[in-house]
Design a protein around this ligand. Structure first.
Ligand code: GLP
Length: 260
């Protein structure tokens, strides 16, 4: 696991954007796994800026989003569908038919989840998966005790996640109880995984993810088993890590050819 600590969310988002731009330079038809939540907004702003400046072309890119609430209309302002169009898809040249977001209104949710997995496979698998992390360590909506081998399926949110996401809905009681999420096994098959985390509320999750035991109680800790996992944080989210001087030293020593 590579840990990259940056002074602030802006700088950390710029590093994540550079990783995406290198991926697209090497493979213009890359398959990107995308995340929602407040954390990736700065990253998406940076991707839009780079696209407008002519540095990033998404015309051959395929995207798969991690998760969606069950029962929300796509047009609902708190749906992840709305989020993705507002923050990214409306501003870049990705083709509408290449965008994949779980459908929380599907009649047959297990069938829809199986089809989502099949579509990821048919597209050649995910090249680069962007992840945020919940305060209790969830990735996607894989809450603590999720099977570390799980596939795309519906899940029930924890009270903590519903509390954390209440601002998007106006009150906790309006936050859906159920979601569809890529599984941990699905996420682990991405060729590269980049987890971004900002702020002191993520400090414990980051410390446990990077330096704690691998445990379904801290789902993000499974990334210790991933061959190419990068964790990019600001100073606040890194504040409970023990080996920070080593991580900083490794990053400073990185040879140019190995940069990302
Ligand atoms: C949400 C999403 C996750 C996200 C996490 C953190 O509920 N399902 O994909 O990474 O929780 O959200 P935020 O970035 O707003 O802290």
């Amino acid at each position: 696991m590579e840990v990259i600590i940056q002074p602030d969310p802006q700088a950390a988002s710029a590093v994540a954007a550079r990783i995406i731009s290198h991926t697209l330079r090497d493979k213009p038809n890359a398959v990107l796994g995308l995340a929602t939540g407040s954390t990736p907004i700065l990253l998406y702003n940076e991707l839009v800026r780079m696209h407008r400046a002519g540095y990033l072309d998404f015309s051959q890119v395929t995207t798969f989003n991690l998760d969606e609430y069950v029962g929300l209309q796509p047009a609902h302002p708190a749906s992840y569908y709305s989020f993705m169009f507002e923050h990214l898809f409306n501003h870049i040249n990705v083709k509408r038919e290449n965008i994949n977001i779980p459908n929380g209104l599907a009649d047959d949710i297990p069938g829809h989840c199986r089809a989502y997995e099949e579509r990821i496979k048919a597209c050649g698998g995910i090249d680069l998966q962007i992840l945020g992390v919940g305060t209790e360590g969830h990735i996607g909506f894989n809450e603590p005790t999720s099977s570390l081998g799980s596939r795309t399926r519906s899940k029930t949110l924890t009270p903590r996640t519903r509390f954390d996401n209440a601002p998007y809905f106006g009150s906790e009681s309006k936050v859906p109880r159920h979601v569809i999420t890529m599984g941990i096994g699905t996420i682990m098959e991405a060729r590269t995984v980049v987890l971004i985390a900002y702020g002191s509320s993520k400090a414990n999750a980051i410390a446990q993810t990077v330096e704690g035991p691998v445990s379904s109680m801290m789902p993000a800790s499974i990334l210790q088993m991933h061959p190419v996992a990068k964790v990019i944080t600001d100073e606040a989210a890194a504040s409970q890590l023990r080996n920070t001087s080593y991580y900083r030293w490794v990053y400073e020593q990185k040879p140019e050819w190995q940069q990302f």
